[in-house]
Design a protein around this ligand. Sequence first.
Ligand code: AMP
Ligand code: ZN
Length: 113
Amino acid sequence: MDNCLFCKIINGEIPSTKVYEDEMCYAFLDIEPQAPVHVIIVPKAHIESADKVNEENSKYIAHIWEVIPKIAKEQGLKNGYRVVNNCGEDGGQTVMHLHFHLMGGRAFAWPAG
Ligand code: AMP
Ligand code: ZN
């Protein structure tokens, strides 16, 4: 997808600090971390937001949820963590390529925002 920041990060046009990669997803450190550990996990397919998940592309999402515990373990998150997806304008999504925030290393309040 032209002009998509996270597609450019996936294909290496824009640098990132890689945390994990396989054939379906890419994970890298958030540039403005909100917690001691803040990883962004993206599908390698350009899916605009969680609202665009369907029968054809949901395998990427299922796969990311299999990968999340592996990354959490690698990052030393022994005491739990938070996974966030911001969807659309009201959800606070700023980059229109579906992504999950994996955050940990501190306790989080609830409800958020
Ligand atoms: P969201 O607001 O859910 O769309 O999240 C977008 C996230 O991408 C924010 O937490 C940003 O800090 C992060 N971000 C934006 N540009 C970059 C970049 N070049 N490298 C890493 N993270 C980025
Ligand atoms: Zn994209």
